[in-house]
Design a protein around this ligand. Structure first.
Ligand code: SAM
Length: 327
């Protein structure tokens, strides 16, 4: 087949895929993207069908898409959503709940601590409290600047999926050998790499920070949209690979611009997303169309986070701050 024909066929099949997006849940569906309130939408999903819930809920911090409430009221509302999520979750399924802090009058309320209590009340079991570290963000004046958020990985039962081999990362010392005992001299690692641990370093929305303007770092963020708190797709990719198999259902009840759906589709999972903001749903559709057409830019899973070498002009002490002794 000639190249142009091949390309056309790809676009045709991509459009066909794109047209399979439905706004209503159906057990036969593959991509469901719903505009509306998540609590109401979840009621339309069959019980026990979802293999992975992966999401970042609103933090109640007054972002453009939320109204700030007292923390108790906010958690009360979230509890209703969580109850529905647990109902739709498969007995072997997982929930990945990614949150940061809620701040009131300068006091920090670590949201994962509050959420843990809710999940525990419903009988879920915590498997990891993952630290998601990122290098840049707002600079605090009256406390240390926050540079991590957490992701609670919880399961509905003790029989849960965990595909560690799918998410191993290159070992630092693959040539390391046992130095004593029966295995002396044998390689001690795993040829597939090492466990990625519960400390994840994925690039966050550096594009939010005007202060961070090293051009080649910015160009490391090909996923930017207008959403103020977008997931890096690679963060969801790791969850999808570790906690689900091909054909499984991945659900994000607060899907924003569709990052979780993209990560699920990349590995042939069935995906469901819901968001109450039409502008984000429209961007999700655009991103899905780009994905099917092979033009969506995402940061590849496992690509090392850029670290300045110290030789860049921006990494050097500005002349105004140097003392005479430095000359
Ligand atoms: C932290 S953001 C999630 C962003 C998402 N992870 C992404 O990558 O784009 C939370 C999202 O929840 C949505 N949201 C807030 N309350 C909602 C509700 N009651 N029902 C559905 N979506 C809601 C907001 O519009 C926002 O996009």
């Amino acid at each position: 087949m000639k190249n142009a024909e091949k390309k056309q066929q790809k676009i045709f099949s991509s459009e066909k895929e794109f047209r399979r997006i439905s706004s209503k849940f159906s057990e036969e569906g593959r991509i469901i993207l719903h505009l509306g309130d998540s609590c109401g939408f979840l009621k339309t999903i069959t019980s026990g069908i979802i293999n992975l819930v992966v999401t970042s809920p609103p933090y109640n911090i007054g972002k453009e898409y939320e109204t700030r409430n007292m923390i108790d009221k906010y958690l009360e509302q979230q509890e209703k959503v969580i109850e529905e999520l647990i109902r739709v979750l498969d007995i072997n399924g997982s929930i990945c709940w990614q949150v940061g802090n809620y701040i009131e009058n300068g006091e920090v309320f670590p949201l994962d601590v509050y959420y843990y209590g809710i999940f525990k009340k419903f009988g879920l079991k915590l498997r990891n409290r993952i630290i998601w570290h990122f290098g840049h963000g707002l600079h605090a004046k009256k406390r240390f600047s926050g540079r991590y958020e957490t992701l609670l990985w919880l399961t509905k039962s003790d029989k849960y999926k965990f595909n560690l081999d799918e998410v191993r990362v290159p070992a630092k010392y693959p040539g390391k050998r046992h130095y004593k005992g029966e295995k002396r001299g044998q390689l001690s690692g795993n040829p597939l790499g090492k466990n990625p641990t519960d400390y994840w370093e994925f690039v966050v929305q550096d594009w939010d920070n005007g202060v961070w303007n090293i051009p080649n770092v910015k160009s490391n963020h090909p996923e930017k949209t207008i959403h103020p708190c977008q997931f890096p797709v690679e963060l969801v990719e790791r969850c999808v690979l570790a906690f689900t198999d091909e054909g499984d259902w991945v659900l994000d009840p607060y899907c924003g611009v569709g990052s979780s759906l993209i990560a699920g589709l990349m590995y042939n999972r069935r995906v469901i997303g819901c968001d109450k903001e039409s502008r984000y749903i429209e961007i999700s559709k655009e991103r899905l169309r780009d994905y099917f057409n092979g033009v969506l830019k995402t940061r590849p899973l496992g690509k090392p986070v850029y670290k300045p070498s110290g030789r860049e002009k921006i990494s050097q002490m500005p002349i105004e701050w140097k003392s005479k002794d430095d000359y």
